[in-house]
Design a protein around this ligand. Structure first.
Ligand code: AMP
Length: 422
C-alpha cells in the first residue's frame, strides 16, 4: 500500500475545521495590526537558506530537503519562512514606497527532523515579520498581537519568555566569554558542539543533548554582557509589555536556534506540551536584510507551528458549524425539484445536504442527523401536488413549520439566519 512520507501528515476533512478556525483567527488579528499576507514559493535556492538561516545551524547542516534540479540548480524546500520573505522584500523593493513593511504568511515548512509527537517533517507555520522599525515598542506590539491570538484560540495559560542577545557591539565580548566557558568543559560536549565552539558558540546554548544542556546551564549570561544601547532597548520592550499587560518573564536561556537574531528574542510557552513546549518563537533580526543584499532595515518577526496549536486547542476551541439543511426526496421523481431548491439555497451560501443516490427516507434522515443538519424537508409526491411542505426540526430548540413550496427557500434562509444569530 502506498503511504505518505514519514513525518508528513494528511489533514483530513474531520480535522480541517480546527485548522481553518486557527488560520482565520490569525488572519483577522494580523490584519487588525496592519499586517498583509505574503505568499512566497516553498522552493528556493539553497544558498538563500545557507546565508539567511546560517551555515552552522542544525537546520542547514542536517535538516534541509535539498537537491540538484534537472538544470543543475541547488534548491531546497524552505525550512522556515523568514529568509524567503526577506528575499522577496529585497527583490521587489517592497520598502521603497514605505519603509515600514508588515507582512504575515501561512504555509508548509520542511525539515528532516526525527518525527515524534509535535515534531514533523512537513509542518505549517503562521509567521509575521515587521521591517523598518527600530523602536522597542514594535517588539512589544508584536508580542501583544501574538498573545491576543493565543488567548483568542483558547490558550490563556501561555507566557512569553523574553531575552536579549545583544547586538553587534556587545556580541564579540559575549562570544569570547562563551568560548572560554565551553573550552573548560570540552570533555562533556557532543561532537557537533565541539565543532561549533569557535565558529558559532551561541549554538551550544540550545543543543538538544542532555550533557551539553547541563554545560549550557552554567554558561555566562548575555544579560551580563550588554552594552548600554541593547540594555535600553530591552528595558523599553519590557516596559511596553507591562503597559500592554502581556504576561512575560525574562528567561536568559532563550537563545533560539537560528543565526540571524539580534537583541530581542522570545518564545511563547505552554505547559501542556511537554518537551516540545515552545509553540512559537521569534525575535529581532536587524542585520539580515543587509546581509542578504538589501538595505539596512531593522526587522522583527515570529513563527508559530500550527500542528502544536492544533494539539493544544483541540478540545478548547468552539468551532463555528454552519447551519445545514437536508432536502429529502422520497423517490427519484422528486430529485430534480429537490436539486433545484438545493441550488437556490446554495446560491445563498446555505449548506444543503441532498442525497442523489436514491436512499430511503429513513436512511437520508439518518445521514442528515449525522451531518448535524438543523432542518430537514421531505419532498414526496403528495407534498409537491399540494405545493406545501414541512420544515422539520432535527435539533433541539427548533420548531416544525408548514410552508408553501414557493416560499420554502426564503423561510429556510430566515430560519438559518435566526439560528446563526441566536
Ligand atoms: P523555529 O522556526 O524553529 O523557530 O520554530 C518556530 C515554531 O515552529 C516552533 O515553536 C514550533 O511551533 C514550530 N516547529 C518548528 N519545527 C517544527 C517541526 N519539526 N514540527 C512541528 N512544528 C515545528
Amino acid at each position: 500500500m502506498l503511504q505518505a512520507i514519514k513525518g508528513m501528515n494528511d489533514i483530513l476533512p474531520g480535522e480541517v475545521a480546527l485548522w481553518q478556525t486557527i488560520e482565520e483567527t490569525a488572519r483577522a488579528i494580523c490584519e487588525a495590526y496592519g499586517y498583509q499576507e505574503i505568499r512566497t514559493p516553498v522552493l528556493e535556492k539553497t544558498e538563500l537558506f545557507a546565508r539567511g538561516v546560517g551555515e552552522s545551524t542544525d537546520i542547514v547542516e542536517k535538516e534541509m530537503y535539498s537537491f540538484v534540479d534537472r538544470g543543475g540548480d541547488n534548491l531546497s524546500l524552505r525550512p522556515e519562512g523568514t529568509a524567503g520573505v526577506v528575499r522577496a522584500l529585497i527583490e521587489h523593493k517592497m520598502h521603497a514606497a514605505d519603509p515600514e513593511v508588515r507582512v504575515y504568511y501561512i504555509g508548509p515548512m520542511y525539515r528532516r527532523e526525527r518525527p515524534q509527537k509535535g515534531r514533523y517533517r512537513q509542518f505549517h507555520q503562521i509567521g509575521v515579520e515587521a521591517f523598518g522599525i527600530a523602536a522597542p515598542e514594535v517588539d512589544a506590539e508584536l508580542m501583544a498581537m501574538l498573545y491576543q491570538f493565543l488567548r483568542e484560540i483558547g490558550l490563556p495559560d501561555v507566557v512569553l519568555d523574553v531575552n536579549t542577545l545583544g547586538d553587534q557591539s556587545d556580541r564579540p565580548r559575549y562570544l569570547e566569554a562563551l568560548r572560554a566557558h565551553f573550552e573548560q568543559h570540552r570533555s562533556e560536549l557532543c561532537e557537533d558542539c565541539l565543532r561549533r565552539i569557535e565558529r558559532a558558540p551561541l549554538r551550544l546554548l540550545d543543543c538538544k543533548s542532555e550533557r551539553c544542556h547541563a554545560v549550557a546551564l552554567a554558561a555566562p549570561l548575555v544579560l551580563d554582557h550588554l552594552g548600554p544601547a541593547s540594555r535600553e532597548h530591552f528595558d523599553g520592550v519590557r516596559r511596553a509589555l507591562d503597559r500592554l499587560q502581556v504576561p512575560h518573564r525574562v528567561n536568559p536561556r532563550v537563545v533560539r536556534g537560528l543565526d540571524y537574531y539580534t537583541r530581542t528574542v522570545f518564545e511563547a510557552v505552554s505547559t501542556g506540551l511537554g518537551s516540545q513546549n515552545a509553540i512559537c518563537g521569534g525575535g529581532r533580526y536587524d542585520n539580515l536584510v543587509e546581509q542578504l543584499g538589501g538595505p539596512a532595515l531593522p526587522a522583527i518577526g515570529y513563527a508559530q507551528g500550527i500542528e502544536r496549536l492544533v494539539m493544544l486547542v483541540a478540545d478548547k476551541l468552539a468551532l463555528r458549524a454552519p447551519t445545514a439543511v437536508a432536502l429529502v426526496p422520497v423517490a427519484s421523481e422528486q430529485r430534480a425539484q429537490a436539486l433545484e431548491i438545493a441550488a437556490l439555497l446554495r446560491g445563498r451560501r446555505i449548506r444543503c445536504i441532498l442525497d442523489l443516490a436514491g436512499r430511503s427516507v429513513k436512511a437520508q434522515l439518518r445521514r442528515a442527523n449525522r451531518a448535524n443538519a438543523a432542518f430537514a424537508v421531505v419532498l414526496g409526491e403528495e407534498e409537491i401536488r399540494r405545493g406545501q411542505v414541512e420544515i422539520k426540526p432535527l435539533v433541539e430548540g427548533e420548531s416544525a413549520e408548514q410552508v408553501a413550496i414557493a416560499s420554502l427557500v426564503d423561510r429556510l434562509t430566515a430560519r438559518c439566519a435566526e439560528r446563526a444569530a441566536g
